[in-house]
Design a protein around this ligand. Structure first.
Ligand SMILES: NC(=O)C1=CN([C@@H]2O[C@H](COP(=O)(O)OP(=O)(O)OC[C@H]3O[C@@H](n4cnc5c(N)ncnc54)[C@H](O)[C@@H]3O)[C@@H](O)[C@H]2O)C=CC1
Ligand SMILES: O=C(O)[C@H]1O[C@H](OP(=O)(O)OP(=O)(O)OC[C@H]2O[C@@H](n3ccc(=O)[nH]c3=O)[C@H](O)[C@@H]2O)[C@H](O)[C@@H](O)[C@@H]1O
Length: 442
């Protein structure tokens, strides 16, 4: 099939590459000329395992191309997919202006009797119908628009894997022909498909993200209690996760969820509920717990140093999770904001997110590409992202390299026992803290 995808971000690009790989003819369109020019040269603007190879392979096969000219992409494709951003507005609701723009461009350039317009972007319930209306209100000839809600569930850092091995594909449509065409589109992937009405498909996306966020805030709250009652969150997570009704995934306690989706989608769902006069108390609590979680890490550190003024600090990890260069809503940014406001001198380490971090943090911090260099002569280290490089970095090296080895681990990368044996000061999430005999507590 001939597919046009609007937006070449994480979702649009990965979807485009994957659909080309399974044999479709895909053209990806973006308003960002620079991004498109780099993509034309086979350079991915995002870090995502496996993307570079498949990008080049499918361009050479002539199954994948890129354009920044919307007059040529929307005229006659079999399917148009919308994968543009839906960032949060100040009130927490989703900003649909990019989706609106795509709809308007489609209405201007579409030149077929029938079109299937699929929304992959995460959009509030009711948006797909608006997309249809936005297209139809300006279209200047008779063309039948079939809308399909086809939300995306990929995770950054494993986006291609998730696309090829997803748990399900959701197709929300009220037109049988369009739904069948969508099934054909995805059939080579061999992933279970669930057909629903449009509103249910839209809700499945928000409910999935809200549920996963709830699991994380729940386990973080349990972790916070564990610390106070002398229980160990790692054992507790394992113990509850073995109950198949609960499941072991998304029970990793830490510094809270970040990224471009959970924070914005939970807020958007609270807002959506509010619009229909339903106060979503549970999700509000999930958000509050998450907002507080990075602050607890700072509180732990203050127990040892009092204030951060002129303290030499290293923050390990800037990305919101490992295997991505995405720093959007990363807990690292929250920690850094407080440290800098309070006058700390901050070194940061990240294996791949430094370029993106520089755009936001400028020269307020010092960037390092090795952990050794970042922690050298520092007084406190905060572990914020559980990069493999961090997990594999020997705990003993902190002792050797830091001025005062105080490690505040927001991702439970090390064993408490090991820190105790090394006589370090080590505090993590939901576990006992150990204090080195020599460290002076102010
Ligand atoms: N990032 C993720 O892991 C996931 C994101 N989503 C959802 O998918 C949507 C897209 O997210 P990302 O890919 O992360 O966004 P992104 O911000 O990485 O990419 C969006 C792209 O759309 C382009 N764009 C903006 N206006 C346009 C227009 N009128 N025509 C064509 N392109 C335009 C931008 O230049 C940008 O390259 C959002 O609704 C998000 O919530 C859903 C599942 C996973
Ligand atoms: O809608 C989206 O954009 C996507 O949001 C998440 O994917 P993503 O944000 O890429 O990453 P996750 O692996 O879900 O992690 C999100 C955050 O939760 C945190 N997390 C995750 C799991 C866990 O057990 N504990 C925990 O703190 C991570 O550190 C990270 O900050 C969902 O997992 C995807 O299914 C969804 O498509």
């Amino acid at each position: 099939m001939r597919i046009t995808i609007a937006g070449t971000g994480y979702v649009g690009l990965v979807t485009g590459v994957a659909l080309a790989e399974i044999g479709h003819e895909v053209i990806c369109y973006d308003i960002d000329d620079e991004k498109v020019n780099r993509l034309k040269e086979g350079i991915s603007p995002i870090y995502e395992p496996g993307i570079d190879q498949l990008l080049v392979k499918n361009q050479l096969n002539n199954r994948l191309s890129f354009s920044s000219d919307c007059s040529e992409v929307y005229s006659t494709p079999d399917i148009i997919m919308i994968a543009v951003g839906t960032p949060e507005k100040e009130d927490g609701s989703a900003n649909l202006s990019y989706v609106y723009q795509v709809a308007k461009d489609i209405s201007k350039y579409l030149n077929t009797q029938q079109a299937i317009v699929v929304t992959k972007s995460t959009v509030p319930v009711g948006t797909n119908r608006k997309v249809k209306q936005w297209i139809e209100e300006e279209i200047d000839f008779h063309s039948k628009i079939h809308i399909v809600s086809n939300p995306e569930f990929l995770r950054e850092g494993s986006a291609l894997y998730d696309t090829f091995h997803g748990d399900r594909i959701v197709i929300g449509s009220e037109d049988e022909e369009a739904a069948t065409k969508m099934e054909e589109l995805y059939s080579p992937l061999n992933i279970p498909i669930i057909h629903t009405d449009i509103e249910s498909a839209e809700m499945i996306k928000y409910a999935s993200n809200a549920f996963l966020a709830t699991k994380i805030s729940f386990i973080n709250e349990i972790a916070n209690i564990c610390e106070k009652v002398g229980a160990n969150i790692e054992d507790v997570s394992k113990g509850i996760g073995m109950d198949q009704r609960i499941g072991s995934k998304f029970l990793q306690a830490g510094i809270g969820y970040g990224g471009s989706c959970f924070p914005k989608d939970t807020k958007a769902l609270v807002q959506l509920a509010g619009d229909v006069k339903h106060r979503f108390h549970l999700l509000e609590a999930v958000i509050n717990v998450n907002n507080n979680q990075p602050l607890l890490l700072l509180k732990k550190a203050r127990n040892y140093v009092g204030s951060f003024k002129d303290v030499k600090v290293a923050v390990l990890g800037l990305a919101f999770k490992p295997n991505t260069d995405d720093i959007r809503e990363s807990a690292a940014l929250v920690v850094l904001k407080h440290l800098l406001n309070e006058g700390a001198q901050v070194n940061v380490y990240d294996p791949i997110a430094i370029a993106n971090a520089r755009k936001v943090l400028g020269n307020t911090v010092t960037y390092y590409e090795t952990i050794e260099a970042a922690i050298k002569d520092t007084e406190i280290v905060f572990i914020v992202t559980e990069w493999k490089q961090v997990k594999e970095f020997p705990l003993r090296n902190y002792l050797d390299l830091m001025k005062t080895p105080i490690v505040i681990d927001g991702r439970n990368c090390y064993e408490v026992k090991e820190a105790a044996a090394l006589n370090m000061t080590y505090s993590s999430i939901g576990r006992e803290s150990v204090t080195a005999a020599k460290i002076e507590i102010k």
